[in-house]
Design a protein around this ligand. Structure first.
Ligand code: BGC
Length: 722
């Protein structure tokens, strides 16, 4: 028997469900004979949660977040151990909630979402070789679920006392999605860390609040005591922060209600949400019976199963906490697709946030598979729309903005740089070219990227009062990214042995026109000109950047575009100590400022909370936006000096730059070829460097260069008085 979920029909409920209703599909069956293997293939137009004989099967938030207009992911689970043989009845139960699919508005999709369409096939192989298939068909029954309603933004309502009430018979159909099916091609989504409450307290407003001590993406598990009675109601709200007075603060979630309501049955019971997730550090009990308190809740972090590869430890506890916050920002925003934030009514795959953080992400964790999946979505969207929209999957706002849409070239290049897989690069080389071509077609001035609607240096501190848009010139930023994307496309083409003459010519023209047209003035403008190689007057522009930093009070004023590169632009041009100063600055505005305010993740704004303790605004103020955490790549790449000499670290350049501003730095980075270790410390008037490399290394320390063979270690001491 060919196991092919494509040929299996969909079942759906009629009449269509209310907006957030969850529908439960069930099938009872027996299997006569000894079971050798049983596999469940399943997907749904929504988020599904499957159980076989009462045991949960599969990953949270399945089938995952995707560009459903072009791709429909499904999963395969080995369920051999859960299946009963002989006369014993098996029950396969799969509930379907609105999920991410319900966000899409393209033709036919809202209808399918409301019908909670499900496709499932259980393939059973018996020991005698017989093969059986239990698949979604007219024999399945639909019920209203104990999970009464569920929505990504608003949360879940579960009534454990509710009987499974039959709905109208299911209808059976094929759908457009049959042509779009693919086995989920990313890292699977998993539950990871569990957090017991750090503290529980009553706020000045009289609210009973639990602090888990860490902002996470995931949900709360309730483990309720024997004393709980049927009909008792537990209602929880979620929040990232407390306000200045110590009260629970939810205004920055905007329209996302992020609630959890649970109606108890009698006695001890355990429950956790099944079709949604929350971004939170605190919960507030809005309702609870007297026997339920903080001891009944555990927070569970849920994110894609990426493998950690980077570790950094320094002599500064504040910097160490910032590094932890950056790691958490990544975990919290790596739930199947890279998102901007996990809590308010967005949680979208913003392309700008993704490209800004991509290099950092690849040092912290092995992200190749995770990004490959997202890039495939991006490629589909680009092909369909003629440009890369700013959100992938393109749920809303199909805007075409420089720096955001340039994820099309930056992400493939960064992933190739980190892992060295030519197949990966070859898969996305056409996308890189298409993106550059789409800019060439859209611009109003040849060899620059002018016109259009851009986000600019989003959230730059040099923005006019009340504006999100930093002071940097949109056309300059866009043209710099046009150059950058073209340059990366050339590099990729050369790696692949492709003819890139057309792009070389284009790059030459863009660079010359850029230099003839623009004089970089703001911090971000100078940073782009320097870091993207778009100036013939490096020294003067670098000095201008330094002067601007000094003039505004020795701090950065950059937004999404300038921030990821500011430290590089400085250290590449003789200002390494100033870069360290910015990185380690404690006062506002700085990375460490948020740490000093108690942050456990990276903030969206430098002043998400100002020095008076007030919020920037309730309108757009996330405390878990990883974009500014991009700075961590400078610690790996410059402070520890680990950069690939060949893509994927077949060989490595190691050029650490110690500072007296820190006593020591220890960094390790696990490449596909093994772990690179770099450490430096100041001791007895010397700076001592220790290096270990699994691949051939070209090492530069204190201006002196030498080669280190794969597997070698070295210690080098430099006299600090020299
Ligand atoms: C998101 C950002 C995103 C931006 C576009 C915001 O609402 O949260 O992170 O990149 O819009 O400018």
């Amino acid at each position: 028997m060919k196991k092919n979920i494509k040929d299996v029909l969909w079942i759906q409920c009629e009449p269509v469900a209310e907006r957030d209703d969850v529908v439960l599909y069930k099938k009872n069956f027996t299997v006569s004979g000894r079971i050798k293997r049983a596999e469940l293939f399943v997907t749904a137009c929504g988020v599904y949660c499957a159980t076989l004989n009462g045991e949960k099967v599969g990953m949270p938030m399945a089938p995952g977040f995707d560009s459903y207009e072009f791709r429909m992911p499904y999963q395969i689970y080995d369920v051999t151990h859960l299946l009963r043989m002989g006369d014993e009845l098996n029950e396969l139960a799969i509930s379907v909630g609105r999920g991410w699919y319900g966000w899409f508005t393209a033709e036919g999709m809202p209808e399918r979402s409301k019908r909670r369409s499900l496709k499932a096939a259980l393939y059973v192989t018996l020991e005698d070789g017989t093969e059986l298939c239990i698949e979604s068909d007219g024999d399945w029954r639909a019920f209203s679920s104990k999970c009464v309603s569920s929505d990504i933004y608003n949360g879940e309502y579960y009534d454990a006392t509710r009987a499974d009430t039959p709905l109208a018979p299911v209808t059976v159909t094929s759908l457009k999605e049959d042509e779009l099916l693919l086995l989920h091609d990313g890292e699977k989504i998993c539950e990871h860390e569990r957090f017991a409450p750090l503290s529980a307290f009553v706020t000045p407003k009289g609210e009973y609040v639990v602090d888990f001590g860490q902002e996470i993406t995931g949900y709360v598990e309730l483990a309720l005591p024997e004393a709980v009675r049927a009909g008792d109601v537990i209602e929880l709200s979620h929040a990232e922060v407390l306000d200045r007075d110590g009260n629970f603060y939810t205004a920055n979630y905007r329209s996302a209600k992020a609630k959890l309501t649970y109606v108890c049955r009698d006695g001890a019971q355990v429950y956790k949400p099944e079709h949604t997730f929350y971004g939170f550090r605190y919960i507030r009990f809005d309702k609870r019976p007297a026997c339920v308190d903080a001891s009944c809740v555990t927070a569970i972090a849920v994110y894609s199963d990426i493998k950690r590869t980077g570790r950094i430890e320094t002599s500064s506890p504040l910097l160490n906490r910032l590094i932890d916050n950056i790691f958490w920002g990544q975990k919290d925003n790596f739930l199947d697709v890279p998102t901007d934030c996990p809590q308010r009514d967005e949680r979208q795959g913003w392309t700008g946030d993704t490209e800004v953080f991509c290099r950092a992400a690849n040092y912290n964790f092995d992200c190749e598979k995770f990004y490959a999946r997202w890039m495939r979505m991006l490629a589909h969207e680009l092909n369909a729309r003629g440009h890369v929209p700013c959100i992938i999957p393109a749920v809303w706002r199909h805007k075409f903005s420089a720096a955001w849409s340039d994820a099309a070239t930056i992400v493939p290049w960064e992933v190739y740089r980190a892992y060295g897989d030519k197949k990966f690069l070859a898969e996305f080389f056409p996308t890189m070219k298409n993106h550059v071509d789409s800019v060439s077609a859209a611009t109003t001035t040849p060899n620059l990227w002018t016109g259009g609607d851009h986000y600019g240096d989003w959230l730059g501190l040099d923005a006019a009062e009340g504006s999100y848009d930093g002071a940097s010139d949109h056309d300059l930023i866009a043209s710099a990214y046009y150059a950058r994307s073209t340059e990366l496309t050339i590099k990729a083409g050369k790696e692949l042995g492709e003819d890139v003459a057309k792009y070389e010519e284009l790059y030459k023209n863009i660079r010359a026109t850029f230099i003839a047209t623009y004089t970089p003035k703001t911090q971000t403008e100078c940073i782009l000109a320097l870091h993207f190689g778009l100036t013939d007057e490096k020294e003067a522009v670098a000095k201008r950047l330094r002067d601007r930093i000094v003039a505004c009070g020795r701090h950065l004023e950059t937004g999404f575009v300038g921030t990821p590169y500011i430290l590089h632009a400085l250290s590449e041009n003789g200002y390494t100590e100033l870069a360290y100063e910015l990185l380690l600055r404690e006062g506002f505005p700085s990375w460490i400022y948020s740490v000093k305010c108690g942050a456990t993740t990276v903030w969206e704004h430098w002043d998400s909370r100002n020095e008076r303790g007030d919020f920037w605004s309730s309108d757009m103020n996330s405390f878990n936006h990883y974009a500014y955490g991009a700075a961590i790549d400078w610690i790996y790449g410059v402070a520890a000096g680990i950069t690939p000499a060949e893509p994927g670290y077949k060989s490595v350049n190691i050029a650490p730059r110690a500072t007296k501003k820190l006593e020591y730095l220890n960094v390790s980075y696990e490449t596909r070829h093994g772990e690179i270790k770099v450490a430096w410390e100041h001791k007895g008037g010397k700076t001592i460097y220790k290096i270990k490399t699994p691949c051939n290394a070209h090492v530069t320390i204190g201006g002196e260069s030498f080669e280190l063979a794969a597997g070698e270690e070295c210690t080098k001491q430099l006299d600090e008085s020299v």
